[in-house]
Structures are given as C-alpha cells and as structure tokens.
Design a protein around this ligand. Structure first.
Ligand code: ADE
Length: 474
C-alpha cells in the first residue's frame, strides 16, 4: 500500500496525540508575508475564531466549535485580549489564529506556556502563514513571562508538527516513549532530522484502517456485578466514545424451568451443582440473534464460519497472557460465558464455546471476575481506548517480553529518597538505556522465566545473568 497525498488534518492518518516542548527564549520571529498583519482578540471575535477552526477542520460544525470555546475560553475571556492572536488579510478578514495560553485542565504544573488551537483557514493554507503566526505567538508567550513552551498536537496535523520541529520544539520525553508509533508516523511523513533515532513507520502503519468497534457480550447470572466496571474510568469512556460495546446479559430469564433455575445436580453424583445447558444455549442464541450474527453449532458438520469468538472462563482454560489479549483485541466480537456453581454441563461447551480461558491457577467462585479481567485487558489494547498519555506500548509484557522499569514523579525528594539522577537531565538516549537496563534487571530478579523469550543482545544477556534468581515459584 503506497501513501496517497496527505494534507494537514488528514483523517486517513492513524490518530495519535502528540506533545512537544521547547525552550522558547531563543526562538525568533519570522515575518508574515506581504498584505497580512496581526490583531489581538477583541470583544465579539468568538465567531471568527470558530469559523477559522471549522474551516481548518478542527471542528465539523459550529456547535462543536462553540462547545470547545465554552470549555477552553469562556471563563477566561479577559485573558484573551493579550493571548489570542489573529492573522488579518488585506480585506480585514481574520484568516488564522493561535493562542498563548496555559493548561486549562490544571494538570501541567510545570509553568510552561501552551500553544493552543493553531489554525489557518482552508483557502489561506499553503501561503506561508502558519510558521510566522506560531513564531509570533511564541514572542507573545515570552512577553507574558514564559520561557518554556508546550504544544499539544496530533499525527493527523503532521504538517503543523513539522513546523513545531523546525522552530525547535521537541517531543516531550514521556510522550515520545509512550507514543512511539505516533512519532514513527511523523518520521515517515516529514523525515525530520530531530527524529533520527526512530525507525519510520511503514506506509500501511501510517494509514488508518476502517475498523468496526469491538463488541463484547458477557453471559452471566450476575449481570449487576458488571455495572461499575463497565461504566467507570477508561472502559466507561471507551463505551461512551463508541470504541467498544460491552454488555452483560442475564442468563436466568432464558431458563425454561418454572422457577427460572439455572443449575441442577450432576449425573453420577459429586459435590455441588452444575449450570444447565439449556439456559446457556438459549441465552447464547438470543445474543447472537440480537447482534445479527449466526450462532455456530460446533458439533454440526459444515457450519458456516462466524465472526464471533465464544469464550468460557474456567480454571481449565488456556492461561490469559498479554499475547492472547493482543490476539483477542483484533477480534470483532467476543462472547464471554461466566460459569458458576461447580461448572457447566459439558454439552453447552461442546456446542457453543470456541475456547476456554483461565485468568490464573486458582479457583474463583464464578467466571465473572475472569470476564472482567479479560474484557479490561483486551479493551485497553483497542486503538483509541487509551489516550496517548496512557498508551500501552511500553509496559510489562509488551513485545520486548520484559517487566516494566521503575518510574518516578514529583516531588524530586520523598521522605529522604531521591529520583535517579539520569531521569532528571533530559538526555533521552541515556534515559532510554537506563530504562532498558532496569527492565532487564527487574525481569531477571522477579520473573527469570520470561527472559528465555525476551529479545536480548549478548551484553544484555550478561546483565540478566548477573541478576537472575531462578528460584521463582511457578
Ligand atoms: N472461574 C473460576 N476460576 C477461574 C479462573 N481461574 N479463571 C477463569 N475463570 C474462572
């Protein structure tokens, strides 16, 4: 697949949130082309701002723009008179804008100035306005007393990212590590020398593929157990954003018995009760019908293939690993069956289950906790579910097969303990080397069994041997 011609704000590019920063004290102003001048925000400029942002594809409608305005600027309007800049053309029309601001979420405590909502109207793009505008707003930032600047941006606005890199902004370290694939896309599109230590993304990796949101159906006799898990935090947000559909369906109403029983005694005797096949089979068929997918019968010959993977959570299953989670995250539709009592009638499993998964070598009272664990670790791997700050690439059990290195945040000193010096000097190469070394040491000490499949060079193997403790309880 070759790359088509891509413009700024191109939705065909895989989306990653990127963040750059830089010392702005030495950044110089670049003059505007003839016929344009700058104006600060004045009362009533809100609609001009929305118009520009909309024209530059930041928003798809006026309402969306208004909503962003309310979130970012409405409560800070008095500050806009000397922070929001417009480029005005010969006809007096406002055609581009950018704002010298701060982090409105209050999360960034570094005291850096933030470059906000840089946009050039569609018909004025390609006329050399963006670089002068950005360089001008940086001068505004300096006048406001900032010496350091940050820019939140995205892979989809790659032309703007190139401008920031040209002006001297660099990826912020955490984002560079966590969002490596996003920066590899920028490398492929700009080949910027500031990204020389990265390998460029392939053309296929640059382009976003059309993906249906994943569906996870959970069949359980305790659907209420899932309420808080599915509505909270990252999974709740992903559901709201339509990135994933997760729904728990109660098996009990499908029971054909008078009292809606779902269990019975095992033939041949033995302790406890078993879940009956009939309510499970009927619940499975109903969920498939609701989703418009065939409910395959595994015991029938020549059954047509189905896009659904049906999983029974059980201590007898294959162990859930990060690798399995990665594979499952590529499925279109999972149906998870939660067992209870002493198990499930084997015939329900033989007919309607494609795979059994265990979340560990211990026995739970039911499959619900297993289904939650599986849904959580699969959902977070679906593109877009985690924001760039939470990206899953650099963690324990990722491709490198190593445990994660130790991490530190503010303050620099806590109860007499300091942060390792190497993390404070901003040398990305040294930091990356230290982290790799720490990941190898942690893996050798805690999970030496993982080292066999980790990709280590000879020097790293020697380091691992030095720290290996092969007395780990399996
Ligand atoms: N149900 C009971 N124990 C389980 C386990 N260890 N993993 C998955 N499902 C279970």
């Amino acid at each position: 697949m070759a790359l088509p011609e891509l413009d700024n704000h191109d939705a065909r590019i895989q989306y990653y949130e990127l963040m750059l920063e830089g010392d702005i004290t030495g950044m110089v102003e670049i003059p505007l082309p003839e016929g344009y001048f700058y104006a600060f925000y004045q009362d009533g400029d809100r609609d001009a701002w929305i118009e520009i942002e909309k024209s530059a594809k930041e928003f798809s409608s006026y309402e969306e723009g208004l909503d962003a305005w309310k979130r970012y600027y409405e409560a800070h309007e008095s500050e806009l008179y000397n922070r929001m800049v417009f480029v005005v053309n010969r006809l007096g029309e406002k055609v581009a804008t950018a704002t010298a601001f701060y982090d409105v979420r209050g999360i960034d405590q570094s005291g850096a100035g933030w470059l906000h909502w840089v946009a050039v109207k569609r018909e004025e793009q390609g006329k050399g306005l963006s670089k002068p505008l950005i360089s001008h707003v940086i001068q505004v930032m300096k006048q406001l007393g900032y010496s350091h600047g940050k820019v939140p941006t995205q892979t989809t606005t790659w032309l703007a990212v190139k401008v920031y890199l040209d002006l001297g902004f660099r990826p912020i370290e955490k984002n560079y590590i966590r969002c490596r694939d996003g920066w590899r896309i920028i490398k492929r599109l700009t080949n910027h020398p500031a990204l020389s230590d990265l390998d460029a993304a392939s053309d296929a990796e640059v382009l976003a593929w059309e993906k249906q949101p994943m569906t996870i159906d959970i069949l359980t006799i305790f659907p209420e157990m899932f309420e808080s898990v599915l509505n909270t935090s990252i999974i709740g947000r992903a559901r709201e954003q339509g990135l994933i559909t997760i729904e728990a369906t109660d098996i009990r109403p499908f029971s054909g018995s008078k009292h809606k029983n779902t269990d019975d005694y095992p033939f041949g005797g033995g302790a406890g009760m078993l879940m009956m096949a009939q309510p499970i089979a009927d619940c499975m068929k109903a969920v498939c019908e609701k989703r418009g997918v065939p409910c395959r019968d595994n015991t029938a010959a020549n059954e047509s293939p189905s896009p659904v993977k049906r999983i029974y959570l059980s201590p007898r299953g294959v162990p859930l690993t990060q690798k399995l989670a990665q594979e499952l995250s590529k499925e279109e539709h999972l149906i998870l069956l939660c067992g209870h009592y002493e198990g499930v009638d084997q015939r329900a499993l033989d007919k309607y289950i494609d795979m059994e998964v265990s979340i560990g070598d211990y026995v739970l009272t039911g499959g619900e906790l297993g289904a939650m664990v599986l849904s959580d670790c699969v959902a977070r791997l679906i593109p877009g579910v985690l924001g760039s700050e939470e990206s899953p690439q650099d963690e324990s059990f990722s491709d490198a097969g190593l445990l994660e290195y130790p991490q530190y945040t503010r303050p620099r000193e806590f109860e007499g303990m300091t942060v390792p010096e190497v993390l404070l000097n901003g040398d990305h190469a040294k930091i990356a080397a230290w982290r790799r070394e720490q990941a190898i040491i942690a893996t050798a000490q805690r999970r030496p069994d993982l080292l066999d499949s980790a990709k280590l060079n000879d020097k790293e193997k020697a380091l691992a041997d030095q720290y290996r403790t092969d007395n780990h309880d399996q």
